[in-house]
Each structure stands twice: as structure tokens, then as C-alpha cells.
Design a protein around this ligand. Structure first.
Ligand code: RB5
Length: 152
């Protein structure tokens, strides 16, 4: 696995640190875009550069954490080629890889425990995209991204 981009706000900081521990144990390279404490901050400040890194192919995937996962997903999915999914359990993480080829996993520090988060990350890293009909569906999303923007 190429580099994983990590991003969190204060609500996901502890989760991000737990994810780093797991990635270290597995010798998976990551770039930590912050935040670096549980002091209140704004999630776009960390999600934007990290999502850009995935969108531009500098990072192969991303793991983003905030309080609920919602803000991180909203930001990340604005970037071309990003498929960010909020996962509350292992099944959702597995499906996000099998059917959606999710390249950003988002989790909520106020939703999942640290132990559950580690299990979610593990299955998300280990599950391959199924392709086939799911690839056809993703192609239809790429077509939207490539469509010319209407003149304003
Ligand atoms: C911060 O309080 C919280 O709003 C943020 O972590 C996230 O849940 C937003 O979507």
C-alpha cells in the first residue's frame, strides 16, 4: 500500500492516533495532516489538504476522523476521484471497499470505540474492490466529474 493520508479534527484526534498505532504495527506508510491535539479546531482545515492528496494520487487512500465522520465525508467527496464513506462498523467498511472502491474511510470518534475503529480499519485495508457491475456504476460517477461545468 502506498501512502495513506490521515486527517482529524479534535473530535477524531484520539481515533487518528489509534489508527497511526495500527498502521505503524503493519508498517504501512502514512502522512498525518493533523490536527495534533484535542483542542477545538475546524475539520476542513485538515480534510481539504488530505483529500487533495488522495485526489491527486499522492496518497493512495485516506483515513479521516472527526466527531461524527459527516464533516470529513462532505469535504472529501468534493474532490475528483475521491470516494469517501463514513463507516460505523466492519460490515459498512467491507461493503465500502467491495462495492464502492472507497478510497477514504471516515470514522466518528463519538461513534465508534478505539477497538472497533481498529477492526474497521483492518477490514477496510484488507478488502479488495469487486469490480464488475460495481465498476460500471462507479464509471457513471466519473462521467459526472468529467462533465463540463455549466457557464455561470
Ligand atoms: C465537532 O464538534 C464536530 O462537529 C465535528 O467533529 C464533526 O462531527 C463534524 O461533522
Amino acid at each position: 500500500m502506498n501512502q495513506i493520508a490521515l486527517a482529524a479534527d479534535h473530535g477524531g484526534y484520539e481515533l487518528k492516533e489509534a489508527v497511526k498505532q495500527l498502521l505503524d504495527e503493519r508498517a504501512i506508510t502514512y502522512r498525518d495532516f493533523g490536527t495534533n491535539s484535542d483542542e477545538s479546531c475546524d475539520y476542513p482545515d485538515y480534510a481539504v489538504p488530505a483529500a487533495r492528496s488522495v485526489s491527486e494520487g499522492i496518497s493512495e487512500r485516506g483515513i479521516f476522523c472527526c466527531g461524527s465522520a459527516a464533516g470529513m465525508v462532505i469535504v472529501a467527496n468534493k474532490f475528483p476521484g475521491v470516494r469517501a464513506v463514513a463507516c460505523q462498523n466492519e460490515w459498512a467498511a467491507c461493503m465500502s471497499r467491495l462495492h464502492n472502491d472507497a478510497n477514504i474511510l471516515a470514522m466518528g470518534g463519538r461513534v465508534v470505540s478505539l477497538e472497533e475503529a481498529k477492526r474497521i480499519v483492518t477490514i477496510w485495508l484488507e478488502t479488495e474492490f469487486e469490480g464488475g457491475r460495481h465498476a460500471r456504476r462507479l464509471d457513471k460517477i466519473t462521467d459526472i466529474e468529467d462533465a463540463p461545468q455549466p457557464a455561470s
